[in-house]
Design a protein around this ligand. Sequence first.
Ligand code: GAF
Length: 386
Amino acid sequence: MQSASEAINSFKKHFSGDCRIFFAPGRINLIGEHIDYNDGFVLPAAINKGIWFAIAPNNTHTANFVAVDINETLSISLTEVKNIEGWQSYVLGVLHILQKEGFALNGFNCVFGGNVPQGAGLSSSAALEAGLLYCLNELFQLHISHLDMALLAQKAEHVYPGTKCGIMDMFASLHGKKDHCILLDCRSLTFNYFPIVLEQYDWVLINSKVKHSLNDGAYNKRREVALDALSLFQSINQKITSYRNILPSVVTQFKYALNEEEFKRSLYITQEIERVQAAGKHLEEGNLVAFGKLMFQTHDGLSNLYEVSCPELDYLVTQAKFHQAVIGARLMGGGFGGCTINLIEKESREAVLTDITTSYQNKFGIIPEVYVVESSDGVHELLNLQ
Ligand code: GAF
């Protein structure tokens, strides 16, 4: 699905009556990877790729969904919500968590679909969860704040799909602001906006087309190891309450107390927390060259210490480094596939991208997709036809 009018037409095809139309964006993340669940800082932005919802109450106790892009349906009584694998677990997770937290829902009809490439690290699942939450909040006047919606969407993802994700993706989908990124402190959940539109450079995504899935266990394992290592630091020094209190040099000092995985993961986390703080300052000062250098460093850390890269992503970043016009590049999102994010001089953009994508195609036999990023507002209503 590509537009509000398609959403309206699909709604008319499947249901009767008038509907309301909402858009929930996916997100990019400029820097700060795998530290949202480690009390770090992140720099995401909502993008103009997302999910459209056409939705209306139906005066019953049944929720009816149509997933337009894959032509699948789901009808479930609100009193019998249970987990079903696939896209269903994302919407059912939302219904489950809202009711568990005491919010009263009524039946509704909903069609949804979008243009966020799936498994590309652009948070199609968070857009679905945050978007549905927002729609239900409006439809049934639940009076939930944006922040609480993000927290509920995160809980929904933890409980049903089972990925113990951080808050970044849902937060970005709900709090996005056109032409801006969000510097989010994931411990206090306070944030600032920074302009993302640059005079000389473009933010460009290259989709490796290696599909990643976060609920295959590797993501949760990263989180478990990070927590185990933190407990060890806490047993050494009780003043430590989070990774914020640990410097990379301290991790190195206590290497002997950690196993190899714990050492690598905690070193990466503490370094990335420092990097994002520095990156925020560079962005504020307009020093994009320094910002870009940090992106390359993040990629090295994600590849060698956090070990969430893959040969295809490493190759895309290595190729990017050959071009002076690419001042920063790294894998983006959870990793194990998906996109790299690149900061490229506007003037040379086309030539550079042709070179990188051709060489990638020759090496892996995969035609990568390129998206020049446009930012967007967070989840919002487009039309109320009721
Ligand atoms: C995924 C998760 F959902 C986020 O919470 C975040 O941890 C990200 O991976 C890595 O930074 O998108």
